[in-house]
Design a protein around this ligand. Structure first.
Ligand code: CTP
Ligand code: MG
Length: 238
């Protein structure tokens, strides 16, 4: 059985114009809330059996209702909505603990940022293929710009970009590996921003699946207009 965790419980501080704005995962992209884009792609995939969406506690009921209204029943019945935590790591951990309570815990799990709406079926398939073959993987992109260290606004050493990648999501692992890695990180107070680092911390090798420049994460306000153009283009193509 294959599961997914969709962390969608952040505050989106870097995206907001003012503190009272809704978190970015709930804003509309081509008429559909951002988190529903990747949730729809994941729930549409016949290989993905269950998806745990982690949202702010105060949004639990509204999100449950919205998912039932928007997704077809055969997709919405795969979705569990649970509360996230203070950090992305806490949110993913909560989602994994929730999945561990299922009558049959999953064999593999994919973790995908709700803030990356343009997740494709092709990428989901590639990640599933890699995780079932290798045990753990992450989507990543080769680095094309020159990357330099910087100190006091002055550039220093140039890093060898052949040894560098930019990490995206989905990241995936054997369910037990990722759950145990999160429990170990929580016990040992190890904090990080992604799951490949947690897996590495627990001693697992994380294989690379080459990503797509379209799989961008909405972080700052200008990312939304770029994503809107891409979404319109991809919708036209399909
Ligand atoms: N996330 C989460 N729980 C948190 C923090 C983040 O589920 N406590 C999720 C976000 O909703 C997002 C993903 O993790 O889908 C990637 O995080 P990021 O882009 O950093 O989003 P935010 O933390 O919401 O944004 P910011 O860091 O600007 O506040
Ligand atoms: Mg954040």
């Amino acid at each position: 059985m294959i599961a997914a965790v969709l962390p969608a419980a952040g505050a989106g501080e870097r995206f907001k114009n003012k503190p009272t704005d809704a978190p970015k995962q709930f804003i509309g992209l081509e008429g559909r809330p951002l988190y529903l884009w990747s949730l729809s792609a994941l729930s549409e995939d016949s290989e993905v059996d269950v998806i745990c969406v982690c949202v702010p506690a105060q949004s639990l009921d509204a999100v449950r209702t919205e998912i039932e209204e928007v997704l077809p029943p055969q997709q919405s019945k795969k979705v569990i909505v649970t509360a996230g935590g203070l950090t992305r790591q806490n949110s993913v951990h909560n989602g994994l603990e929730r999945l561990s309570q299922l009558p049959t815990p999953p064999d593999f799990v994919l973790v995908h940022d709700a803030a990356r709406p343009l997740l494709t079926t092709k990428l989901i398939k590639q990640v599933i293929e890699s995780v079932t073959a290798n045990g753990a993987c992450t989507v990543a992109m080769p680095v094309t710009d020159t990357i330099k260290k910087v100190k006091d606004n002055i550039v220093g050493d140039t890093l060898n970009r052949n040894e560098l990648v930019q990490i995206q999501t989905p990241q995936a692992a054997r369910f037990e590996w990722l759950l145990e890695a999160h429990r170990k990180a929580a016990r040992e107070n190890f904090g990080t921003t992604d799951d490949s680092t947690i897996l590495e911390y627990a001693g697992h090798q994380v294989h690379i699946v080459t990503g797509s420049p379209y799989n961008l994460k909405i972080t700052n306000p200008e990312d939304l207009s770029l994503c809107q153009s891409l979404a319109a283009m991809l919708t036209q193509r399909s």
